[in-house]
Ligand binder design. Structure first.
Ligand SMILES: C[S@@+](CC[C@H](N)C(=O)[O-])C[C@H]1O[C@@H](n2cnc3c(N)ncnc32)[C@H](O)[C@@H]1O
Length: 283
């Protein structure tokens, strides 16, 4: 999402002040916990910036603007209406809200209490309530086999050192044959700066270097981190959790999308993929 250290933040909303940013080894658990807190504090500013693109009742998979209504990656709506659907790393649960507006029994979770509060705000604004609770995607408060489908659009996976634990937990809460679909920043993007213009087309680091991107405060404590996985890493994680991969999607940038979102935008999007979507099902 952001890995060139260019983003500064202030502490006006009680957020820890960024002191240092870059690629370095870090205590993964501490960094993941701090990142959850970061998302919680950042929720209002994030929604202020990206809320209109995401919509309050809309299911957008990625900055390219691919909608579930077009892509049907979770399956046809007629089928979903008879199934139980779980969203993890849901943010303000816009995707689940859209599913519920279509008559689908969708519930949501996110690790950040601030995001869950933002979801409640959108519920009131739209009149469509999403059952949502605070939960780490690596430790879900649900019975084994209690869902038919699980998904996330850019949630959880980039922010934990052990994404394999997310896939295992999703496998646990899905019934046999259950589907799991998730979008992440395209792993190729790790090699390039967070710049959506032509200047962002020159690789500046190795695609193979898994050293995480970490922001720390003045006491050198992590406040935000992202963890890189190559495409092969994602495939191995998912397969080892018991899934068969059905598709790997790399949405092209549509010519009519002029929106810039951090490192995503039309100029670079015409040349490099920005999003990877993995569609899998339990064997
Ligand atoms: C980029 S947002 C994606 C949410 C939504 N689809 C959107 O586009 O706004 C990332 C979300 O992942 C959540 N997240 C980060 N780490 C998580 C974890 N370990 N478990 C569950 N959610 C997590 C954050 O709190 C945040 O809401």
């Amino acid at each position: 999402m952001r890995h060139d250290g260019a983003v500064q933040q202030d502490d006006s909303a009680g957020r820890p002040e960024l002191s240092r940013a870059g690629y370095r080894q870090v205590d993964g658990d501490a960094a993941a916990q701090a990142t959850g807190r970061w998302w919680s504090a950042e929720a209002p500013a994030y929604l202020e910036e990206h809320g209109s693109f995401l919509g309050d009742v809309d299911f957008c998979w990625c900055p390219e603007g691919l909608r579930e209504s077009q892509a049907q990656l979770l399956g046809p709506l007629e089928q979903l209406r008879g199934e139980r659907v779980l969203e993890v790393g849901a943010g303000a649960a816009q995707c689940s809200r859209w599913l519920r507006s279509q008559g689908v029994d969708a519930v949501a979770t996110d690790v950040a209490p601030g995001m869950v509060e933002a979801a409640a705000l959108l519920d009131r604004r739209t009149g469509i309530t999403v059952p949502i609770q605070v939960a780490d995607a690596r430790e879900l408060p649900f019975e084994d086999g209690s869902f038919d489908v699980a998904f996330t659009a850019f949630g959880a996976i980039p922010f934990v050192p052990d994404a394999d634990a997310v896939h295992r937990e999703i496998a646990r809460v899905l019934r046999p044959g259950g589907r799991w679909v998730f979008s992440v920043t395209h792993p190729l993007r790790w090699a390039f700066p967070d710049d959506p213009t032509a200047a962002g087309l020159v690789a500046v680091r190795s695609y193979f270097d898994r050293t995480p991107y970490v922001e720390t405060d003045a006491q050198d404590r992590p406040i935000y981190a992202e963890f890189h996985r190559t495409i092969g890493d994602h495939v191995r994680d998912v397969v080892r959790a018991g899934f068969a991969i059905r598709d790997l999607l790399e949405p092209a940038w549509p010519e009519d999308n002029r929106e810039v979102w951090g490192g995503w935008g039309p100029e670079r999007g015409a040349v490099l993929p920005g999003t990877l979507i993995v569609s899998a099902a339990l064997a």
